[in-house]
Design a protein around this ligand. Structure first.
Ligand code: ADP
Ligand code: MG
Length: 565
C-alpha cells in the first residue's frame, strides 16, 4: 500500500476538530444529546425536567430543569473540553455516583450545533445567557431567568453535515429519544419528567412517584398489575424492582430495564441471568419484562468503559450474575403465576349497554384483576370440552385448563424433583429390548448417556450401535420404546440446544403426558387437578405456554354485564 504525502506528515489537530471527533463518539444521534443533557440535570439535583423535541431533535432540543444552576463564572468553563465539577482525581473516577464525569458532553454538543444556555444558580441574584455556535462564543450576558438551567440545542450536526447524513427519519430519531427518556424516567421515578414533541405534550410524569407508579403511568395498569417485586439485600449490594409475570413477556427486548446506581445500562450477562431465572416459564422466543435497580458500592463497578456510558464492568461479574438470577428466581417462586385472561369484549354490546354519558372504561387503568392462586385452592372438574380442555371450578371462579399443557407441567416437576434427588422415576420393561440405533443415534446417545440414565432410561451398550433397553421413565411404558428413544435422539441431534439434559427432561415430560384430544373420565380429570394443586408453576407448561386461564367470579359478572364498571 502507498501513502500519499498528506498522510505521512504529522500535524496536531485543531481544538474544534478534536471536539468534533470526540462528539462523534459521545453524541451519536439526538437521543444521545438528550441523554447527556438530562443526566446533567439529574446531577444538578433537579426534581423536574422538561424535554422538548422538534423534528426528531435535529432542529431543536430544549431541556429545562430546576436544579442548582451554573454560576456565571462557570458558564463558559462548562463548555470547555474536560471541564467538569464532578470529579477531581483518579480516585474519584473509581467511586462515581454522578451520571456524568468526563466533562465532554457540552463541549461536544457545542462543537456541532448552536447552543443557548440560560442558567441561574441558587446562590446568585441574576442568571446568565451564553450562546455558542460551532464551538465559537456568540454572546455572553446577564439574563433574568428562573432558578435552574435551560439548554437549547439548535441544528444538531449542522457543523458536521457528513454525520447528519447518517440520521434516520425524524420519526425514528424521535422514537429513540422517547425510549431513552422512558429508561431514564424509570431509573429516577422520584423526578418529574415532561416530554413535548413538535409542540404537543407526550407525557407528564409527576415527581415523587414510586417505581410501580411510574410503570403504571408509562405503561398502564395492565402492566403495573402484573409485576412481581424483586428484593435482595447483602452488605454491599441491593437489588430491587420488578419482573413481569410471564404474560408480560414480549417478542421484543424493549421492556428490559437495568439500572446500576441510577444509571440505565445494558448487560448481556445480567440479562441472561434474568432470562435463566424465568427458565421454563417463558416460551422460547419470548423475552421477560423487567425493571431492576442495582445499588452497589461504586468502587465495585467501572462505569468508564463505554463512550456513551451504556455498559459497565463489574469487578465481580459472577457474583452479580448469581445475585440477579437468585433474586428473580426467588421472586418468581413465591408467586403463583396465573395468566391474565385476555377476553376482548364485543364493541357493539359494549356500546349498547353504556350510553354516551357513561365513562368509557379505560383498558389501561382497569381495576386490578383478581389473580388466581392455585395453592390452597381446591379445583373441582365440571366437564371436558373437545377432548382437550377441562372446565373446573373453585371457590373464586372458573378455570379453563389445557389438559396436555397442565399434565406436561406436572410431569416436568416430578422428573425435576427426581433428578434433584437422583432417584430416577423409572418403569422396567417386561422384557429388555434390543435396539439398533444406527451410528448417528448411538453417537447422540453416548454423548447424553448420563442424562438419559438420570431420567429413568436404563440402557447399556450391547456391541456396535446396538443397545439393550431395560426400563423407561415412568409414564412412557405404554409408548413404543424403540420409536420413543429414536425420536428423542433425532430431536436432540436436530436442535442446537445447549442444555441437552433440560431438553431430555422436557421431552420425557411431554411424551408421557395426556394428549390434546384424549378423552378423560371424571376420575382422570380429578387426578390431574389434584396433581396440579401440588405442583409449582402449574399455570404454565414447561415451554412457557399457559396451562390454565382463570376467570374470577368478579370478571364473569363484568363480562356478562351483571356489574357496573
Ligand atoms: P460532565 O457532566 O461530565 O461533568 P458536561 O460537559 O456534561 O460534563 O457538563 C460540564 C459541567 O457543566 C458539569 O460538570 C456541570 O458542572 C455543569 N452543568 C452542565 N449542565 C448542568 C445543569 N443542567 N445544571 C447545572 N450544572 C450543569
Ligand atoms: Mg454531563
Amino acid at each position: 500500500m502507498r501513502f500519499n504525502d498528506a498522510m505521512t506528515s504529522i500535524k496536531i489537530l485543531s481544538d474544534s476538530l478534536i471536539s468534533q471527533i470526540a462528539a462523534g463518539e459521545v453524541i451519536e444521534r439526538p437521543a444521545s444529546a438528550v441523554k447527556e443533557l438530562v443526566e446533567n440535570s439529574l446531577d444538578a439535583g433537579a426534581e423536574q425536567i422538561s424535554v422538548e423535541i422538534e423534528e426528531g431533535g435535529l432542529k431543536r432540543i430544549r431541556v429545562v430543569d430546576n436544579g442548582i444552576g451554573i454560576l456565571a463564572v462557570d458558564a463558559r468553563l462548562a463548555f470547555e473540553r474536560h471541564a467538569t465539577s464532578k470529579i477531581r482525581s483518579q480516585e474519584d473516577l473509581f467511586k462515581i455516583r454522578s451520571m456524568g464525569f468526563r466533562g465532554e458532553a457540552l463541549a461536544s454538543i457545542a462543537s456541532i450545533a448552536r447552543v443557548e444556555l440560560k442558567t441561574h444558580h441558587a446562590d446568585e441574584r441574576v442568571g446568565s445567557l451564553l450562546e455558542i455556535d460551532g464551538g465559537k462564543e456568540v454572546r455572553f450576558e446577564e439574563a433574568a431567568c428562573p432558578l435552574g438551567t435551560e439548554m437549547n440545542i439548535w441544528g444538531l450536526f449542522k457543523h458536521t453535515p457528513a454525520r447528519k447524513k447518517y440520521m434516520k427519519s425524524e420519526r425514528t430519531e424521535y422514537g429513540r429519544v422517547f425510549d431513552m427518556l422512558c429508561r431514564v424516567a424509570l431509573a429516577h421515578p422520584a423526578v418529574g419528567f415532561r416530554l413535548k414533541r413538535d409542540g404537543k405534550d407526550v407525557f407528564d410524569l409527576p415527581s415523587g412517584q414510586s417505581l410501580r407508579e411510574r410503570i403504571r403511568t408509562l405503561y398502564g395498569g395492565e402492566t403495573a398489575n402484573a409485576l412481581v417485586p424483586v428484593t435482595y439485600q447483602q452488605s454491599n449490594l441491593i437489588i430491587s424492582g420488578y419482573v413481569g409475570k410471564p404474560e408480560l413477556a414480549r417478542k421484543s427486548k424493549k421492556y428490559q430495564f437495568l439500572f446500576v446506581n441510577g444509571r440505565a445500562i445494558e448487560s448481556r450477562s445480567l440479562h441472561y441471568a434474568v432470562t435463566e431465572a424465568f427458565h421454563s416459564l417463558l416460551m422460547h422466543e419470548k423475552h421477560p419484562w423487567y425493571a431492576l435497580n442495582i445499588e452497589m458500592d461504586p468502587a465495585l463497578v467501572d462505569v468508564n468503559v463505554h463512550p456513551r456510558k451504556l455498559e459497565v464492568k463489574f469487578l465481580n461479574e459472577q457474583e452479580m450474575f448469581r445475585a440477579v438470577r437468585g433474586s428473580v428466581h426467588h421472586a418468581l417462586q413465591g408467586e403463583m403465576l396465573s395468566p391474565v385472561m385476555e377476553v376482548s369484549e364485543p364493541v357493539r354490546a359494549h356500546k349498547l349497554s353504556f350510553p354516551q354519558s357513561a365513562p368509557v372504561p379505560q383498558r389501561d387503568f382497569a381495576p386490578a384483576q383478581k389473580t388466581f392462586d392455585l395453592q390452597g385452592t381446591v379445583l373441582r372438574p365440571v366437564a371436558q370440552v373437545a377432548n382437550a380442555y377441562i372446565v373446573a371450578e373453585s371457590e373464586e371462579g372458573m378455570v379453563l385448563i389445557d389438559q396436555h399443557a397442565a399434565h406436561e407441567r406436572v410431569r416436568y416437576a416430578r422428573f425435576m424433583n427426581a433428578l434433584e434427588k437422583a432417584e430416577p422415576l423409572t418403569q422396567p420393561l417386561l422384557t429388555p429390548l434390543e435396539l439398533d440405533l444406527g451410528a448417528a443415534g448411538a453417537k447422540v446417545l453416548e454423548e447424553n448417556l448420563k442424562s438419559f440414565q438420570a431420567m429413568g432410561f436404563e440402557i447399556e451398550a450391547f456391541g456396535g450401535s446396538t443397545y439393550l433397553l431395560r426400563s423407561v421413565p415412568a409414564g412412557l411404558e405404554k409408548k413404543d420404546p424403540e420409536n420413543l428413544l429414536k425420536e428423542m435422539l433425532a430431536d436432540l441431534e436436530k436442535d442446537a440446544v445447549k442444555d441437552k439434559r433440560e431438553q431430555i427432561l422436557t421431552m420425557a415430560a411431554c411424551r408421557g403426558a395426556i394428549k390434546f384430544g384424549d378423552p378423560l373420565t371424571m376420575m382422570e380429570m380429578q387426578g390431574l387437578l389434584a396433581d396440579m394443586e401440588t405442583t409449582k408453576h402449574c399455570t404454565h407448561c414447561p415451554h412457557g405456554r399457559p396451562a390454565l386461564i382463570s376467570f374470577s367470579f368478579d370478571k364473569l359478572e363484568t363480562l356478562f354485564k351483571r356489574k357496573n364498571f
